[in-house]
Design a protein around this ligand. Structure first.
Ligand code: FES
Length: 305
């Protein structure tokens, strides 16, 4: 079956494979994050033809369905189709690799959050755009984590939150030690800085701050970047001790707002939820780009207002 986009990109797709995977195989990159139908990042409009759903399109609303929206990670073409997806050329040449990785260090920030640095083989040559994520595979368990380091750093840094009764959490928090051998697969996802020439608003909850740390550090290190617009970061956590990162930049001027939903009596900063506090402090976001990232890699998105 042929899949065509409004930009006249054309590729063939199997009926047993998602449109997204067929596109990726053909070297075309559409927006995506979770690949499981939950985040809605891969939503596009079906303009012609018919599709078959391979997995439930959880993120589609009734309104989306009426408007012929589909999730490219969940559907395969039944006939030749035309969709309004955009090819993200910034990701061309970024290859998904499966590589061995050893744990270099584990830093315990709290009983619930650790920071893990991984070292890759010297020949790995892993390229990624700051904001992307990767999968870590251990004992046949696979979990996705956003990268908190930048592409020019030698090691990969991940922020990991404990999930109750999680198998991978059990490994990370009870068994993992330096030099353990893991496998990684990545980079993945299309969460990256699209355009820095406008005001930027970053919203994060929990360890969802990781890709934002990566993006901001790389912007700070970019000699060609001259900040002309406001950059704001709103970071939400449940408890005060979960604010394990404080921005320190050489040249970036960032408004950093910490929002705690279950503060103790010593908490002097904002209270509530990030989205509410951000809207209260910046009611006029027209003309800004908003990047939001939750504590799992399943809910990254960006939008231009
Ligand atoms: S819903 Fe398709 S990538 Fe998340």
């Amino acid at each position: 079956m042929n899949v065509k986009t409004l930009e006249n990109k054309l590729f063939t797709a199997k009926s047993s494979q998602s449109i997204l995977d067929s596109a990726l195989q053909a070297g075309i990159v559409f927006d995506y994050s979770c690949k499981t139908g939950q985040c809605g990042v891969c939503k596009v409009k079906l303009l012609q033809g018919e599709i078959e759903t391979l997995q439930v399109q959880i993120a589609l609303t009734e309104q989306d369905k009426v408007s012929n929206k589909i999730l490219t990670c969940c559907c395969a073409p039944k006939t030749d189709i035309l969709i309004d997806a955009k090819d993200l050329s910034a990701l061309h040449g970024i290859e998904v690799k499966t590589l061995p990785a050893r744990i270099n260090a584990i830093k315990r920030h709290t009983t619930e959050i650790i920071e893990v640095t991984l070292r890759l083989p010297p020949t790995a040559n892993l390229k990624f755009l700051e904001g992307q994520y990767l999968d870590v595979i251990h004992n046949n368990i696979r979990r996705s984590y956003s990268i908190a380091s930048t592409a020019n750093q030698k090691e990969i840094t991940l922020l990991i939150k404990r999930f109750e009764n999680g198998k991978m959490s059990d490994y990370w928090f009870n068994q993992a030690k330096e030099n353990d051998l893991l496998r990684i697969e990545g980079p993945k996802g299309t969460f990256f800085l699209r355009d820095e020439s406008m005001p930027l608003i970053f919203l994060a909850t929990g360890t969802g701050i990781a890709p934002i740390i990566s993006i901001l550090k790389s912007l700070d290190a970019n000699e060609g970047f001259k900040q002309e617009h406001d950059i704001s970061v709103y970071w939400g956590n449940r408890y005060p001790e979960e604010f394990i990162w404080q921005p320190e930049f050489k040249k970036l001027n960032v408004t950093f707002v910490k929002v705690c939903s279950k503060p103790n009596q010593d908490w002097l900063e904002d209270v509530g939820y990030v989205q509410d506090v951000a809207l209260a402090k910046q009611p006029n976001i027209v003309g800004s780009a908003v990047y939001a990232c939750g504590s799992t890699s399943y809910d990254h998105f960006w939008c231009m207002t």
